[in-house]
Design a protein around this ligand. Structure first.
Ligand code: UGY
Ligand code: MN
Length: 246
């Protein structure tokens, strides 16, 4: 029998590893017939929010983006989305980026549909238009190798343009792949493992992680990772970009 007093989750000053075993559900107004887990939020000291939403039959997410833009990614299943009169069905590994000031409606999920969201307060940049809605999907053919290492590939899901103040990327580590250096940087990350297993180093502490786990890295949290196990490890991650340091 598993011991319920143990977990792999940790929450520290500048990083967190959140495994699904400790999830406690939140009620979010307008999001109905679903289970919402707020994984990363300002209560931790973060400047982004990350949620995981599991939808039941009749599940609906209805609302309007206000100060925060929201990126929605289909981790499992399928759901219809309507934003500004445009309707689409999103299937596994497809996403929609909803900029600030837009009404959205998600409905008619298939059984077991799970969504990941990243939310960030939008910082406008003088001379640049607020981004529009973006649809897209995970596509390994659009993932160039990272830092000349054939074992590492990163796909940028959002346009690399100054109007955007957040990036969302998919990082694939083939067997034997590891970050080529310990990163020490001002940008913050939230991430969800979509596949495989890995060992993540966060501020000189070492964590075994796997599909379904989330990680928060505050600015300057030192980070390094290596894949582990018998299949590539894959995560989707958020990064704040393109604005002056304050
Ligand atoms: O974009 C990044 O900073 C990325 N290489 N970091 C990470 O995967 N931890
Ligand atoms: Mn990084």
């Amino acid at each position: 029998m598993e011991i319920s007093a143990l977990t792999r989750s940790v929450v520290k000053r500048n990083h967190a590893v959140i495994a699904p075993d400790g999830y406690v559900n939140s009620n979010v107004p307008g999001w109905t017939n679903c289970t919402v887990n707020v994984i990363i939020n300002e209560q931790m000291g973060a400047r982004l929010s990350q949620t995981i939403i599991s939808l039941r039959d009749g599940g609906r997410l209805e609302g309007k983006t206000l100060a925060s833009q929201i990126f929605f990614y289909v981790v499992e299943g399928q759901i219809e989305v309507n934003v500004s009169g445009e309707q689409k069905t999103l299937t596994q590994n497809q996403f929609i980026y909803v900029p600030v000031g837009k009404e959205y409606l998600f409905q008619n999920p298939t059984e077991g549909t799970q969504l990941l969201t990243f939310h960030k307060v939008y910082e406008p940049l003088e001379g640049y238009a607020v981004p529009g809605v973006v649809f897209g999907e995970k596509d390994d053919s659009k993932a160039p190798i990272f830092m000349n290492d054939e074992a590492l590939r990163i796909q940028e899901l959002l346009p690399n343009e100054l109007g955007f103040d957040m990036a969302v990327n998919i990082f694939t580590y083939d067997l034997g792949g590891h970050l080529p250096m310990v990163e020490t940087h001002i940008m913050e990350h939230g991430l969800l493992y979509l596949q495989g297993q890995a060992v993540y180093m966060l501020d000189q502490e070492w964590y075994p992680v796997k599909k379904g786990d989330s990680i928060w890295m505050a600015p300057y949290c030192q980070q390094w990772a290596t894949t582990m196990g018998k299949e590539p490890s894959v995560y989707i991650y958020y990064k704040n970009v393109n604005r002056f340091p304050t």
